[in-house]
Design a protein around this ligand. Sequence first.
Ligand code: SF4
Ligand code: SF4
Length: 234
Amino acid sequence: MEFTNHNHLLKFLFLIIYALVKYIENTIKLLGDTEIAAELRAIYDFYNCIQPDFDSFMERFSLSCPPGCGECCAHFIPDVTPSEALIIGAQVLFGDKKDILKDQLYSSKPVSSIVCPFYDPWNPSHCMIYSVRPLVCRMFYSCASEGKNGEMEFRGCRFNDESQRVAGQELEDSSSVLQSMSDYGESLEALPGNSASTELLPAAVKRAVQRIGYDLNLLFPDSQVFMSSDQEAL
Ligand code: SF4
Ligand code: SF4
């Protein structure tokens, strides 16, 4: 293959690197020593660290969702912090099915103004960004919360009768090893570059996409690997 100019060579190398490694890890590598790379690493590690807690909570209390149910997503758009938006932005730019995700995010005709743009009603697993879904989506029906007097409680899900099986005494007996939703929320807010400020997922992720693209274009000014349409879509 003959490269007609330096830009084509850079773009070719960039695409080869993306084909070889996972997109989040690779995005972090490409962003080098930048602040945004550290922020992406922090939220990636955070999710990897806490997800086993939610899985073991459901296992401990024998919780499960009916096959194909996704009612919690069908009438909901999450508020997300900057770090939560950042890792979703990386998936929108470089993950599997990125073209579909971009269409969903930037579509001028969303399915509904009160439905998460990454909710797929026709797919039994529903969430199109499951591996990078926000904290609130991970915690719902998978985590205890704090009651008025600081006691652990489980609010369950109105679409699942089985949720009533988690009794207060069971939670109290397990409280020494459980963290509450607010504990996880505080840990999330304390991540590098993150804050307690939130905005609705679509606007936050568009902002994150723009931010990642801006940094990549600074790092690779001649390659134009980041499409200008991503910037202009805002
Ligand atoms: S949490 Fe509730 S609404 Fe969501 S999938 Fe499970 S049972 Fe369905
Ligand atoms: S991000 Fe995924 S899990 Fe969260 S509301 Fe959207 S579709 Fe549901």
